[in-house]
Write a protein that binds this ligand. Sequence first.
Ligand code: NAD
Length: 354
Amino acid sequence: MSQTPSARALVPFVSVEDMMGLVHRVGIETMLVELADAIEADFRRWEAFDKRARVASHSRDGVIELMPTSDGELYAFKYVNGHPANVKRGLQTVTALGLLADVATGYPVLLAEMTLLTALRTAATSAMAARLLAPKGARTMALIGNGAQAEFQALAMKATLGIADVRLYDVDPAATAKTARNLAGAGVAAVACASAQSAVEGAQIVTTCTADKAFATVLTDNMVGAGVHLNAIGGDCPGKTELHRDILARADVFVEYAPQTRVEGEIQVMPPDFPVTELWRVLRGEAPGRRDPRRITLFDGVGFAVEDFSALRYVRDKIKGTPFRRDIDMLADPDDPRDLFGMLMRAKPDGQGR
Ligand code: NAD
């Protein structure tokens, strides 16, 4: 006789299909703005979080990472990979899933797909940094690397800063055509450009979100004019960068969590004491953001566990009262907590139980 799990042992699971339903119910741009606000609110209470660089397992073609954090009430971790060669095999470069748990009991309170949620939270984090650092009145952005993250990045900048023109470039013209198609009717004018050099012309914000497991030079120093805000999110792993180091030397560099970014970000090519500012300090007014309209600001974004924590908690709250969840039986729940074995035995097929 099998045992019916009690409500306390059922864990809400948000599948890819549920996440898509939730995003459309909320509205993509609304969700991007709300996620940016949620992440910002958590960055403002930085000391509340247990922080560490993510745990990375590297292989020839990619990396698999675990990203844990806790604020003492909730605990979250994300499982995420980064495999740039996957696209050629028809697979995603980045896939992810995440779990949120109650610290008081250790019981999971949410299990969720995080491939879509990562694209959303990464774009929301870029937007949160840009609204702090980008030149006032920015209307044009360049988007270099037109893969899975691209449209999310463009729409987050539109929703938070009012970006109206998006200049696209990818080494693969099919990727650019896909992004231009997806952005048609989204309220931004998307223009395909023939080179990265051409894409950055007239752009006040330049986002690089390319995938290549190598020290790439997507942007060179001569391509970055005064006053530009760079949002470099594709370099997020040792040996994987996008910018020429001369750009870093000229820019004011902002990061999520310096101990992780020094290993994974653009700044991995700089000395260990290269000056950077953690974003939370700017948010709290403890450090300057953009100091001068002519300075180059660079958000060296690698993705930090607190962003996933904020995103998972946001989803936990948003699914309440919606159909975008199913409750799954993934926690053992014997009537007597010490009788785990008895629970197993009662589930023996009829006639064999004790
Ligand atoms: P993707 O593979 O779907 O797209 C990457 C695109 O970059 C491809 O279309 C490819 O043709 C293009 N590209 C590669 N080299 C290029 C170059 N030199 N110039 C122009 N285009 C180039 O990958 P994705 O899911 O969009 O992710 C993009 C990058 O962002 C990856 O490196 C990924 O690891 C990273 N990422 C970072 C975060 C973060 O929090 N910082 C989160 C998610 C993904």
